[in-house]
Write a protein that binds this ligand. Structure first.
Ligand SMILES: [Zn+2]
Length: 595
């Protein structure tokens, strides 16, 4: 390695060999297969996501090496990834390594300092700028031509950090795409409007023209959506402020600011979304609901859009229904074996009621949809009654409640019973009529799945009594009640452990002197939150003979809990503590849900 090296597979694999990340044999095999692999990757086998160039995009040497997914010798199965290769190269060259976090990047810095063709050609991303200095992320540290051109064009002091080629390509695609659309739209709006009175302009233009000429707005919205899908956001919030508007994503339950954009763009972007959701464009004073069906990486994604007028314009919230989240294997969503066994036995019985309870956002829909998906087969008629339908699935017959015209859960349920269903999912039992009809359905040989708005499983019984379902009918129909919550998982990339304090142990009523728990210190992978992804916890109350007796006596939920505990019932609190003791979640997370 003398003189000015070039970044090749030879160079990198020699370095990885020297650093002990590749064995002699692995390196030899890699060199033999690399040319073929490169051709294969160029032909488009690059995994998910769109390709950057139209044809013949050449994979970087690190991408080629990483695509073999080689095991690092003596590492307990760790795979040699592009990130590891990049990090190794960075530390060898004494350059800082940067795992790019798109949410931390400033759109303006990225896109305004370096033209897109230059950034694409050399695979660089400007990541920070301050007076007279510019920091760029590069994939190839030996590209001197680029440095010379950049230095002479900007007269800036250039600092380099090393990032993976895949990350850089992703940022270039997302940021330049979004920014380019936004800037073009901004320029066009400015030319068209003198005083920025957009509302008037729209009134003059009418619907047709907006759809026709706002191609920049169209692509800005496209980029926004696919960016949200990539980040696995559950919601997009578009919020008008006085002179700007804010775009936020909900990630793992919490909102993060994503973009702050000029106000004149707010109305066109909202209009575009309303067009996609088939809403009334002219109506801006009343809340509206709509739906968008779109695709991402070859699978269908359902979006539910709602608009509400706020002080500075229309606020839009887009809920993203990702089939990967709503339809999962039941045994992978967080159940412990005892609870899983019970729940599974309930849903496989031919008739009776199974209730799922928990607050909004506790994952009830995932549990219900995933259960129905497990049960669905050509010889079974599954009907769902929802308010509104969360995700449209072909194998179910889904009916939407329309409260305003008197089509309620109760009335639909009555009609549905005449349609020979086997399994009925009722979105929510919230009134007496629905409760009565659900009980009727169960008594006449149907399996009924539904939700109740209660905090835990035992108080669901009290809720049904409130809805005037007689105790003997509850005992005769309800097989079991599940209460659930979602807990954030500690980020595996920055996981640390510590001991609980005496107060913390007392708060959770753990009678042990030493309890080690995990938390996330915060890193780039988790955007500094210390959490990545979520898991469910499921409290399952089986309606046993003993519990039935207590229901008959209209006993207190606490008595029901005590009786159930003798049969092994574990409460949400106990289950959350168990997840904490296993290092899956943190003390704070447990305290926040049990508080
Ligand atoms: Zn982390």
């Amino acid at each position: 390695m003398t003189g000015q090296p070039t970044l090749t597979i030879d160079y990198l694999s020699a370095l990885l060999l020297k650093q002990g990340l590749l064995s002699q044999e692995q390196r030899a095999a890699l060199q033999a297969q690399a040319p073929q692999q490169e051709v294969r990757l160029m032909a488009g086998h690059q995994g998910p996501g769109r390709r950057l160039h139209k044809s013949g995009e050449r994979p970087s040497p690190a991408q080629v090496i990483a695509s073999f997914a080689l095991e690092i010798a003596g590492s307990n199965g760790r795979i040699l990834t592009e990130d590891t290769i990049t990090e190794t190269l960075a530390s060898f060259l004494k350059l800082p390594y940067l795992k790019i976090d798109p949410l931390k990047l400033d759109l303006t810095v990225v896109t305004s300092l370096i033209p897109r063709p230059f950034a694409l050609k050399h695979l660089i991303v400007p990541v920070a700028a301050k007076s007279g200095e510019l920091t760029i992320a590069v994939a190839d540290p030996f590209n001197e031509v680029m440095l010379d051109e950049l230095g002479s064009a900007h007269r800036l002091k250039i600092h380099r950090v090393l990032s993976s080629c895949t990350d850089i390509q992703k940022i270039l695609r997302e940021f330049y795409g979004f920014r380019a659309s936004v800037m073009a739209a901004e320029a066009e709006e400015r030319a068209a409007i003198d005083l920025g009175n957009l509302e008037q302009l729209f009134r003059m233009r009418g619907d047709k023209e907006i759809e026709g000429n706002d191609k920049h707005v169209i692509s800005a919205v496209d980029f926004l959506l696919s960016y949200a899908f990539d980040q696995r956001a559950s919601d997009i919030h578009i919020e008008p402020k006085r002179d700007k508007f804010l775009i936020r994503f909900r990630l793992d339950g919490l909102l993060h600011n994503i973009h702050l954009l000029p106000k004149p763009l707010h109305a066109p972007i909202v209009s575009r979304i309303k067009i996609l959701a088939r809403m009334d464009l002219a109506e801006k004073r009343r809340p509206q609901d709509g739906r968008i069906k779109t695709a991402h990486n070859g699978k269908e994604v359902e979006l539910r859009v709602s608009t509400v007028p706020v002080a500075f314009g229309e606020k839009v919230v887009i809920r993203i229904f990702d089939p990967d989240i709503l339809l999962q294997e039941l045994d992978t969503i967080g159940f412990y074996p005892r609870e899983y066994g019970l729940f599974n036995s309930f849903i496989h019985r031919p008739n009776g009621i199974v209730l799922v309870t928990g607050p909004t956002g506790s994952g009830k829909t995932t549990t219900l949809y995933s259960s129905l998906r497990t049960l669905s087969s050509p010889e079974i008629n599954i009907v769902t009654i929802e308010d509104p339908i969360e995700m449209v699935l072909e194998e179910f017959n889904q009916i939407s409640v329309q409260q305003t015209i008197g089509v309620t859960f109760g009335t639909i349920l009555r009609t549905v019973l005449r349609q020979d269903p086997d399994i009925i999912m009722v979105g929510e039992i919230r009134d007496q009529e629905t409760a009565e009809n659900a009980v009727q359905a169960a008594l006449t040989g149907h399996l009924v799945l539904s939700t109740l708005h209660t905090n835990d499983a035992p108080s669901s019984i009290a809720r049904l009594l409130d809805l005037e379902v007689p105790p003997y009918l509850i005992s005769a129909t309800v097989m079991g009640v599940v209460a659930q919550r979602l807990l954030r998982r500690v980020c595996p990339h920055c996981k640390e452990t510590r001991e609980l304090s005496k107060e913390e142990r007392e708060y959770l009523q753990i009678h042990r002197s030493k309890v080690r728990v995990a938390h996330g210190a915060g890193c780039k992978e988790c955007r500094g939150t210390g959490y990545k992804g979520r898991t469910g916890i499921f409290e399952v109350l089986e309606i046993t003979e003993r519990v039935k007796r207590l229901i008959g006596e209209k006993a207190d939920p606490t008595d029901i809990v005590r009786a159930a505990e003798e049969d092994g019932f574990a409460s949400l609190r106990q289950l959350a503590i168990r997840k904490m003791l296993e290092g899956v979640t943190s003390y704070d997370e447990v305290a926040s849900i049990t508080g």
